[in-house]
Design a protein around this ligand. Structure first.
Ligand SMILES: NC(=O)c1ccc[n+]([C@@H]2O[C@H](COP(=O)([O-])OP(=O)(O)OC[C@H]3O[C@@H](n4cnc5c(N)ncnc54)[C@H](O)[C@@H]3O)[C@@H](O)[C@H]2O)c1
Length: 314
């Protein structure tokens, strides 16, 4: 298949592109390489993919450039991962979330509609469940009480996707990812941030006194689930991709300390605005519709992450 990966220089998009190429697909990447975090990390991720994958530096809000690209390649599927990610940053700069995650997504749907491209797999988030959904989180919960602008924009994009399905027959599977981690992770996320600080002997900030649980999901498992969604049209569906076994934050810190061979200097802080106490995926639907279940234990995943971290930042 001819597959467009938006946000292909990102943590998950680059891993997905690599896997799709290995499966024999023709992959084209679009990314604006913005400076939200280290651009060199984004460049190094795609350097692994070039020359097999054409990489276009463009913003998903650039409708004309996108249109030209859609004319050049007849895409079968759009894997839409370009987004302004990060819950905490959305408290500081909310407008960029609306511009990229809502308007940008709508621009892509418009271009798809114009060029007759009928399928999207969309990277959504467990943040959509907010703090009022009972755990484990099921896809049939309303998820209409977002506690961050990030969550609100991602949920809005899911709703836009429904509209483009109902109105134009564009089929979208929205995959709600749960705290993805592993090699090539994002520097604004706890795992890489903590690893850097622990290594340098700097303090790590632990929110809500460490009383947080996250359903950490390993990158290879996420990519495997994404590929299954690419290969299986489902009309319009929302599907959780989560490990289904939440981990206490302090257990995560303990394992990271063990793998890095160094004890962290911990500063305990109150709950952060926009954050949630727990994420916990019910994966029944992913198993039923995609035949997918996460396979990687947290211990193995952390080991792989630490080994990548040591070799990349040596
Ligand atoms: N990492 C996680 O734990 C997680 C959890 C839930 C959902 N997600 C979602 O998965 C997707 C990928 O996340 P990630 O962790 O790889 O993030 P990332 O920031 O590494 O990747 C996103 C990429 O999109 C690009 N981008 C941003 N705005 C753009 C624009 N306007 N035009 C073109 N490109 C643009 C960025 O340069 C970046 O390379 C995102 O949609 C994110 O919301 C991630």
């Amino acid at each position: 298949m001819n597959i467009l990966v938006t946000g292909g220089a990102g943590f998950i998009g680059s891993a997905l592109a690599k896997r799709l190429v290995a499966e024999g697909h023709q992959v084209i990447i679009v990314d604006n390489f913005n400076a939200y975090y280290d651009i060199q990390l984004k460049r190094n991720r795609v350097a692994e993919l070039v020359p097999n994958v054409p990489v276009y530096f463009l913003d998903i809000n650039n409708k004309d450039a996108l249109s030209a690209l859609f004319k050049m390649y007849q895409f079968d599927v759009v894997c839409h991962l370009a987004a302004q990610a990060g819950v905490r940053y959305s408290v500081e700069v909310p407008e960029v979330y609306v511009t990229t995650n809502v308007l940008g997504t709508q621009t892509i749907f418009e271009v798809m509609q114009k060029h007759g491209v009928k399928r999207m797999v969309f990277a959504s988030t467990s943040s959509a469940y907010g703090t009022t959904t009972p755990a484990p989180f099921r896809e049939d919960e309303s998820a209409d009480r977002p506690v961050s602008v990030y969550a609100a924009t991602k949920r809005s994009a899911e709703l836009l996707a429904y509209n483009y399905f109902a109105q134009y027959g564009i089929e979208t599977t929205c995959l709600r990812f749960f705290t993805v981690y592993g090699p090539w992770s994002r520097p604004d996320m706890a795992m890489l941030k903590f690893a850097e600080k622990i290594t340098k002997g700097e303090e790590i900030e632990i929110y809500n006194e460490g009383n947080l649980r996250r359903d950490f999901t390993y990158i290879d498992d996420i990519v495997a689930g994404f590929v299954k969604a690419v290969e299986k049209p489902l009309q319009y569906e929302i599907v959780n991709l989560g490990n289904g076994r939440p981990v206490e934050l302090m257990r995560f810190v303990e394992l990271l300390e063990k793998e890095l061979g160094k004890t962290a200097k911990k500063v305990f802080l109150p709950m952060q605005q926009g954050d949630v106490y727990e994420t916990y995926a019910d994966t029944t639907k992913a198993q039923a519709l995609l035949g997918w279940q996460a396979k990687t234990t947290f211990e193995t995943g952390i080991k792989n992450f630490a080994s990548w971290y040591r070799s990349y930042y040596k």
